[in-house]
Design a protein around this ligand. Structure first.
Ligand code: ADP
Ligand code: MG
Length: 730
């Protein structure tokens, strides 16, 4: 009998080199010549849609107003013409349900008229709204109460694009996904609402410094980390295939301790993959720019040039899809899980967040003119104040089963949210907060201080890599976001809390102005108060240390280590206030969202536990028992010929194998008890608690014993591809 492990290893050995570099005849040079060729962008809309309709769409995007049916018809016609010229036969509404992945339902342009003629058609109605059978997407109970169907509705603020899969070409239309009553059932609609809310709040504040500001756009530059492993090895690991992570596996003797992978030269095979991926991304208008190795072996990162958040989120979701497809062509698999391998770094998705104005100003950049620096200080301090107030909700927005393995683990930010701003800004804020008065003299002093700041973007060499939320010169970098996650969740929270914070700020400043204060003095007075109040959220030290956990506790900062705990805040008054005041989610939507997240957590742990059990019974135990038998037979035969002094090692090993086999049996029993209890829970929160605190620890116990078995059982018997093989085979 041949074990799947050895077949897989053989398959990797047999891979032909050199690996294909270019699957498409798109030129490798001169990205500009093919960038965005598969996107129905502004230029193409202008070309394919009559001017009046084109202008109506632009206006509708600006104002967020509904399009007339006539305009929709015209846009649909233009889109179809373009798409057909490119070879599309189908179109799809592309959306982002709460599963975290993207979804799409394909329809063909082809249809039959009432008299049986074949025509190709794409109407404004089909562009604007579709009704996929939504009943199998998570709704948190929202739909079942009154209406089972879900609707997808066109989001004209993100351009349509063509997805190439093999020879097939599909016109994809970015959409929101809602119930019949218009409640959000996806990540996109809350995000769009948050962007509109922040825009309004930030414009009012930005106008205090420059009357010409009419629009504030929140920006996102994500950094996507991922692992790549050979397709054959992936398929020989049922845990990876089922859960996206290894549920067991003895650590390789060498992992990342030599730090020789980080920024090391990219293996040729991976390089071919990255090149191909970049070409595909560029065709889709995804502005990916950097590629490099990450810290762990077989770990990499890809990052784009930042964009407006809605488009950046769509691009990230699309990229993840493209990454998987391109990987298959290269006989590779992408792992997006936050912790595919124990004992080495996990993967995150840093979210670089800022705000820009229609006048071309980055509101989180100090700028060169000292007089303008009060504006920077305003947005900077308000961001800190917002995080101080709503840290727990930000934490909830990144809570999911995968991220539990990462937050607080190897080289990952802890579950405690704090803000790092760097030495220069810390000093500056301290000095500003100290000043007693807030008169003109004091304003001048504050502006002087800011104008003497070193260039923060260049001065970031010593930036703190351990912080979950760091100021990096001209943007904040939210590092606790998980690699598999839709950025829209945390981004919507960022926008909403910043929006609310700015509304409050404006209110306080206005009050002082009404009392006759000068504008600069009023602003500084309010900011000073915020600096003092939010001091406890600022931390410059090592976030990985145990001392920080102690100190954070003393400061009153929460440390929600697990997903169920972290999600509890969504049921709080504070969350309801944040979400409903900003209009991002109403009460029903928030409850449904909370519910979906809890369900998703339970489902994931369930799948993991069941997969583990199966692997243990069908792969690990048979190998262990076989080796156990061999050892026992060997001992017995040696004894028979009076060779008792030759059985020492065998006896020790037999004991070790037996100890582990028994430990697994015991843990499996407890795991079952946990399962029983969990399945009898009426309340999803109780179920999550049992899975988290009763089932997961048993999975860890099983793993510990199984990994020790892997270390001693005859390599020839071991059916699972080993860590060293997954991480170091190229
Ligand atoms: P790092 O050292 O973390 O890789 P970079 O300066 O390369 O830092 O930037 C990382 C990401 O931040 C990139 O995706 C970049 O586009 C993004 N970024 C830069 N400026 C902004 C901004 N104003 N708003 C949002 N993201 C930004
Ligand atoms: Mg970064």
């Amino acid at each position: 009998m041949s074990l799947s492990r050895f077949n897989a290893l053989q398959a990797v050995e047999n891979r032909v080199e050199p690996f294909p570099m270019d699957f498409n005849d798109t030129p490798a040079e001169n990205i500009a010549s093919y960038f965005g060729i598969n996107v129905f962008d502004d230029a193409k809309m202008k070309k394919y849609v009559a001017e009046k309709a084109y202008l109506s769409v632009k206006a509708a995007i600006q104002s967020g107003q509904k399009l007339s049916r006539d305009v929709a018809d015209e846009v649909a016609l233009g889109m179809k013409k373009w798409a057909e010229e490119k070879g599309c036969t189908h179109f799809a509404h592309w959306f982002q349900p709460l599963t975290g992945k993207t979804a799409e339902k394909h329809d063909s342009f082809f249809t039959l008229t009432h008299d049986g003629r074949v025509i190709e058609e794409f109407t404004g109605g089909a562009l604007v709204q579709q009704e996929p059978d939504g009943s199998s997407f998570p709704s948190g109970g929202m739909r079942s109460t009154f209406e089972a169907r879900g609707y997808t509705v066109w989001d004209p603020s993100s351009p349509a694009f063509i997805m190439e899969v093999g020879d097939g070409m599909t016109l994809c239309i970015p959409t929101i996904f809602v119930t019949y009553g218009g409640e959000a059932q996806d990540y996109k609609l809350p995000l769009l609402r948050s962007l509109a809310f922040l825009d309004k709040a930030a414009v009012t504040v930005a106008k205090m410094f420059d009357e010409k500001v009419a629009k504030v756009t929140a920006t996102l530059g994500w950094e996507q980390e991922y692992f790549l492993i050979d397709d054959a090895l992936f398929n020989a690991r049922p845990d990876l295939a089922m859960t996206g992570r290894t549920l067991l596996g003895h650590a390789a003797a060498k992992n990342q301790q030599l730090e020789d992978h980080y920024f090391g030269s990219i293996p040729e095979r991976v390089y071919a993959y990255m090149r191909d991926l970049e070409t595909e991304s560029h065709k889709l208008g995804i502005p990916v720019r950097t590629r490099h190795n990450e810290v762990a072996p077989a770990q990499y990162e890809v990052a784009p040039i930042f964009e407006e958040i809605n488009v950046a989120v769509d691009h990230n979701q699309l990229l993840m899809d493209v990454m998987e497809r391109v990987a298959r062509r290269h006989k590779l698999r992408v792992l997006f899980h936050e912790k595919p391998f124990a004992g080495i770094n996990g993967s995150g998705k840093h979210n670089n967040w800022s705000m820009g104005t229609n006048t071309g100003v980055n509101l989180l950049s100090p700028g060169k003119e000292p007089a303008k620096n009060l504006r920077f200080l305003t947005f900077f301090v308000n961001t800190i104040a917002a995080v101080h107030k709503y840290a727990d909700i930000l934490r909830a927005s990144i809570a999911h089963a995968g991220n539990d393995h990462r937050l607080g683990a190897n080289e990952a930010p802890p579950a405690i949210i704090s803000v790092f701003i760097g030495e220069a800004m810390t000093l500056l804020l301290d000095q500003i907060a100290k000043g007693k008065n807030t008169d003109g003299q004091e304003v001048k002093r504050a502006l002087d201080l800011i104008s003497k700041l070193p260039n923060l973007e260049l001065d970031n060499t010593d930036r703190n890599r351990t912080s979950p939320f760091a100021f990096t010169g001209n943007k904040f970098e939210i590092r606790a976001v998980g690699s598999s996650q839709n950025c829209a969740g945390p981004m919507a929270v960022m926008n909403a809390m910043m929006g609310l914070q700015l509304v409050e700020f404006k209110g306080e400043v206005d009050k002082l102005l009404a009392k006759g204060a000068k504008q600069d003095e009023a602003i500084l007075t309010v900011l000073k108060g915020y600096i003092r109040k939010s001091k406890s959220i600022c931390f410059e030290g090592n976030n990985y240390s145990d001392e920080w956990k102690e100190e954070a506790k003393a400061r009153g900062l929460n440390n929600f280590a697990t997903t169920p705990e972290a999600l509890d805040v969504l049921g709080s008054k504070m969350a309801l206030e944040l979400y409903s005041k900003s209009g991002v989610m109403n009460k029903v939507e928030l409850e449904a969202y909370h519910n979906v997240q809890l369900h998703s957590y339970c489902t994931k742990i369930n799948i993991e536990a069941r997969s583990l059990e199966e692997i243990i019974h069908s792969m690990v135990m048979p190998a262990a028992i076989r080796y156990q038998t061999e050892l026992a037979d060997n001992i017995a035969s040696l004894r028979e010929i009076d060779m008792d002094d030759a059985i020492g090692y065998q006896k020790d090993t037999l004991k070790r194998v037996t100890r582990n086999v028994n430990a697994i049996r015991e843990a499996l029993e407890k795991l079952h008890k946990g399962f029983e209890k969990a399945h009898h829970c009426d309340d999803i929160r109780d179920e999550a608690d049992i899975l988290c605190h009763k089932v997961r620890p048993q999975m860890d116990a099983i793993r510990e014993a199984a990994d020790d078995l892997e270390a001693v059982v005859d390599d020839q018997y071991w059916p699972l591809v080993k860590y060293r093989e997954m991480l170091f085979m190229r």
